[in-house]
Design a protein around this ligand. Structure first.
Ligand SMILES: C[S@@+](CC[C@H](N)C(=O)[O-])C[C@H]1O[C@@H](n2cnc3c(N)ncnc32)[C@H](O)[C@@H]1O
Length: 196
């Protein structure tokens, strides 16, 4: 094995225990490729297992390898796009069906009260065995279809004059709290099983 390969392998081994399995960040119809790149970077840095992108307008290529190669994406995501699993879907319904078939619980993020249950980010529990966290379009937010198929809505409290945060910024804040909780839970679960 050459030096750079062994350094990468070593890093992969070091971070393995901190990865959050069965955690997916879903972007519903993002408009700006730079936001996708920034979300990939955040997700990779925080140990999120996968990213799903709903692309109803078919603005992204089916082939992730082609998208990965685009300068506008790789520049923003740095090399994170090389190491992150990204899957695109043609519609919100297709993505929801895939998540439901695989027993994922969906939760949404919004600066507004949406659906039946709403939580401030740090007050909710994110230790569900399989969790998909939806982030909405830059101008329209999340669709009613996702709201109707989600367990609850998470909000980051807003104390300024503006209505919402930028999409990529939101993923950093929300996924930080969620991965922190899931890592703590994973560590506790492992310790308890070691004792038995
Ligand atoms: C620019 S915002 C969309 C604003 C849109 N006018 C709306 O009503 O949702 C893009 C996405 O970032 C997330 N977001 C932005 N601010 C948020 C906040 N304070 N709390 C939770 N999610 C937020 C949501 O996923 C939202 O769909």
């Amino acid at each position: 094995m050459n030096d750079s390969k062994s350094t990468i392998r070593q890093r992969a081994d070091e971070i393995k225990a901190y990865q959050c399995k069965n955690l997916i960040a879903v972007l519903e119809n993002p408009m700006d490729i730079k936001n996708i790149g920034a979300v990939i970077r955040n997700a990779n840095a925080l140990g999120v297992e996968k990213i799903y992108v709903v692309d109803s307008r078919h603005s992204l290529p089916d082939d992730w390898e082609e998208l990965r190669g685009r300068k506008s994406l790789s520049r923003i995501s740095v090399s994170a796009s090389k190491w992150t699993f990204v899957k695109r879907f043609n519609s919100t319904e297709e993505c929801l069906a895939h998540l439901q078939n695989n027993r994922f619980v969906s939760v949404i993020t919004s600066p507004h009260i949406k659906g039946m249950k709403n939580h401030v980010l740090h007050e909710a529990d994110y230790t569900q065995p399989k969790l998909a966290v939806w982030f909405g379009n830059e101008s329209r937010g999340v669709s009613d279809t996702v709201v109707d198929n989600s367990e609850f809505c998470i909000s980051i409290p807003m104390f300024g004059m503006i209505e919402s945060l930028n999409l990529a910024t939101t993923t950093g804040i929300v996924l930080y709290e969620i991965t922190k909780q899931r890592r703590e839970y994973q560590a506790k679960y492992k310790r308890a099983h070691r004792k038995t």
